[in-house]
Design a protein around this ligand. Structure first.
Ligand SMILES: *[C@@H]1O[C@H](CO)[C@@H](O)[C@H](O)[C@H]1NC(C)=O
Ligand SMILES: *[C@@H]1O[C@H](CO)[C@@H](O)[C@H](O)[C@H]1NC(C)=O
Ligand SMILES: *[C@@H]1O[C@H](CO)[C@@H](O)[C@H](O)[C@H]1NC(C)=O
Length: 310
């Protein structure tokens, strides 16, 4: 529903841009945070956008967001953690987490820009947004929110602008790629034929995405099954992940692990070298993963995340 609404707005907007002389900076005003969008998106660049290529505004927003993520990462890297005195062990931990989280955000944004798979890109953008929140939580966990990172000049506005740009990226990405766009395009087919190709997709949906959307919604087939009752390949997610790691030894093809209903009390670590692993559960109330580390024993939210990516 939400996607549809966004798409409607965006679609009308593209239509207006093509067929009327409305202000060329208008796409920013359709984003959740127009002010920040205007601030970072060069209006000269906007006027050169080719609206036949529907991804250009998305790319522009993503690139501007990545520039800010790089700046934020540089700012956090420039902190001299050793200058914090002994009492601030926890602040050091939290700062270190943030450093990794910003690094990961730059990496995910970069991959989103280069990716032709809109579902993956959507996941990476959402994860980047979550990264910023996780960094913040690291300080809240230790009750040191008003010090260190937060007191660094520019950090608060930089990180707040970055999180707004990420949410802009996510919404622009959604309206430019998601399947609800397809429903809408079918509805309007008769009226706005010029923007649709013969198979009913808007012209800007790539061939790869068309195939993906047409393949149905039965979900991906699992390569490995985790079940607590022993009916799967493994009883714990960690065992499955370790075994998948050995089994695949660097392969990059998508590997799907189905985690059957149950409550799994474990902290799962997934190394960066394990590319393209996907977990599917039996539903939000059926498959539950809970960690057992917490800030009382000196680990931040990030370290105690039930699924950590390192
Ligand atoms: C954050 O965005 C606002 C516009 O909403 C801008 O005025 C401000 O300079 C930006 N801050 C930084 C640190 O880039
Ligand atoms: C983005 O990815 C490309 C290739 O995948 C790489 O060459 C480039 O250094 C990356 N940029 C950043 C900022 O990580
Ligand atoms: C957090 O720190 C403030 C002062 O820095 C203190 O007054 C407050 O009680 C602390 N809260 C917790 C939950 O430790």
């Amino acid at each position: 529903m939400e996607f549809n609404a966004y798409f409607l707005v965006f679609y009308s907007l593209l239509f207006m841009l093509q067929h009327s002389s409305c202000r060329i900076t208008a796409p920013c005003s359709q984003t959740p945070h127009p002010q920040v969008c205007h601030h970072y998106i060069n209006t000269n660049l906007l006027s050169t956008l080719d609206y036949q290529q529907r991804f250009s505004f998305r790319d522009l927003v993503l690139k501007a967001t990545m520039e800010q993520a790089i700046k934020a990462h540089q700012l956090v890297s420039s902190l001299n953690l050793n200058s914090l005195d002994g009492d601030d062990e926890r602040a050091k931990l939290a700062c270190n987490d943030c450093l990794e989280l910003y690094e990961d955000t730059v990496d995910k944004l970069n991959r989103s820009i280069g990716s032709s798979n809109s579902f993956d890109a959507n996941t990476w953008l959402s994860a980047s947004l979550a990264n910023l929140k996780t960094c913040q939580n690291g300080f809240v966990d230790f009750n040191i929110s008003s010090s260190h990172l937060q007191s660094f000049p520019n950090y608060v506005t930089l990180s707040s602008n970055l999180s707004k740009m990420l949410s802009n990226s996510l919404s622009v990405h959604k309206v430019s790629t998601f399947p609800s766009a397809l429903h809408f395009s079918k509805q309007v087919r008769g009226r706005r034929r010029t923007l649709l190709s013969d198979d009913g997709f808007p012209e800007w949906v790539s061939a790869a995405d068309r195939r993906l959307l047409q393949s149905g919604s039965s979900g991906p087939k699992a390569d490995m099954i985790v079940a607590q009752d022993g009916s799967g390949n493994y009883k714990s997610i960690s065992e499955a992940v370790n075994s998948a790691h050995k089994l695949r030894s660097g392969a990059t093809k998508r590997f799907v692990i189905h985690v059957k209903a149950g409550v799994y009390r474990e902290n799962v670590e997934i190394k960066k070298t394990m590319k393209n692993i996907m977990f599917i559960g039996d539903g939000i109330d059926a498959t539950i993963v809970t960690g057992n580390k917490n800030s009382q024993d000196g680990s931040t939210t990030y370290r105690s995340a039930t699924f950590g990516m390192f």
